[in-house]
Design a protein around this ligand. Sequence first.
Ligand SMILES: NC(=O)c1ccc[n+]([C@@H]2O[C@H](COP(=O)([O-])OP(=O)(O)OC[C@H]3O[C@@H](n4cnc5c(N)ncnc54)[C@H](O)[C@@H]3O)[C@@H](O)[C@H]2O)c1
Length: 505
Amino acid sequence: MTALNTSARIAVIGAGAMGAGIAQVAAQAGHPVLLLDNRPGAAAQAIEGIDRQLGKRVENGKLSAESRSATVARLQAVEAIETLAACDLIIEAIVENLEVKRALFRQLEGICGEHCILASNTSSLSITSIAAQLDHPQRLLGLHFFNPAPVMALVEVVCGLASDPALAECLYDTARAWGKKPVHTRSTPGFIVNRVARPFYAESLRMLQEGAADCPTLDALMREAGGFAMGAFELTDLIGHDVNYAVTCSVFDAYYGDFRFQPSLIQKELVDAGRFGRKSGRGFYDYAEGAERPAAQSLAAAAKPACVVVEGDLGPAAALVERIEAAGIEIVRRDGAGLLRVGEAVLALSDGRMAAERARDEGLRNLALFDLALDYAKASRLAVAFAAGTDAAAREAVAGLLQAAGIAVTEVTDSPALVVLRTVAMLANEAADAVLQGVGSAADIDLAMCAGVNYPKGPLAWADAIGVGTVLGALDHLQRSYGEDRYRPSLLLRRLHCAGERFHG
Ligand SMILES: NC(=O)c1ccc[n+]([C@@H]2O[C@H](COP(=O)([O-])OP(=O)(O)OC[C@H]3O[C@@H](n4cnc5c(N)ncnc54)[C@H](O)[C@@H]3O)[C@@H](O)[C@H]2O)c1
């Protein structure tokens, strides 16, 4: 089955934030669209709002006046559900309540033709469950847009137990024809994005709780080393802690309390206090007028060393050596286990063990571990943890070396897998389990995380790039350090690692 053609009649029920956006997307793609809401006048108001939005785009030269008027002409507000009788696809974006959605779809079955595809934009309810009481549950699927729908590229096409796979293909192709990046997924809690993204928030919250570093420092590391657009604290302040905490609780409950998804007491306290983030003026940060954002912690400037010894291959961090060399520091190469020696200090990429543990295991003095970066050729900051007992001169040598290469150095408390490595390992772990459980393909999961939440790299492509074994090792060490089920590695990671395989090709 191919995409619905543009003469197909679309209806959107619910003219709130999501419904209005979805109606706009469908109308812009050329479909006649009926918009219905049970609040009298809401659909007409939503269309006026769309017209205003498009008007701004015309003023900015981003849209032609003809496109604007053609799009708005395709949108029609309706007040009676019976007017949807001749529709080919009805997308529901009403209140997030199972019984209300079920009742609406039952009512629609009595009104629409048998060929009409029914879709729900639900974020958290089971498609299987919404469809359960329908006469034709095979025609109900999830079509999960992200907010704001006209801007965000991702659409999750969700199959419930009874959904017809041919209709999933049709919605997938239709979403693509609407300029979106669709992915296929199964009706499981959080679908792809709201499940795989949980560790992004959870690991920063845990590190904050354990005093590894403060919010601005952890956020800066996720941005400047991890390449994420925002750190977890600034992002949850933007999303709203009430919303983000509710999603975490719902996923945690839906997975029967799996500790991988355990909510954070720190975030709960913010919610309890009414500190929802930007919208309430305060979250992790203060948004009052004139309030200053505290700066990330960085080590003081230290002298540039003349020489560094590179022992063996630094693996994912190899580009760091080129940067050091470009800074005019002499490089002496030797065989070895992938270490840098500068002054009295030894510097190595974290493998998931704490610095103190690795120093003891390997008999290393003055050991500093550095964190994962998305791209060591570009990272402007790196986290470093020193083993207990590392002397001041060794600390300065490490700081001076990285600073000379143009990298701000942030010391974090000696913690397993530091900051970016820990987060990326947990994201890849969750993504791997989602592949293992048939929630989505590796390609779709990576696409979903890049298009839905703007990750700089899909978690599975990232695991391939640094090595599936590197991710597995970090998780094994995390699990051993904490003794917690939360860090248990996915069976798929271990299977691929043992077979010498990758997620992509
Ligand atoms: N807001 C988001 O970021 C987001 C993202 C993806 C999916 N969703 C999902 O989209 C759906 C809508 O969310 P929203 O943020 O647009 O909500 P909203 O509150 O902005 O809009 C919901 C609209 O539905 C109308 N409505 C409620 N019950 C109705 C009924 N029985 N019949 C007709 N209209 C009815 C309301 O009057 C309101 O205008 C929910 O299922 C939500 O989980 C939301």
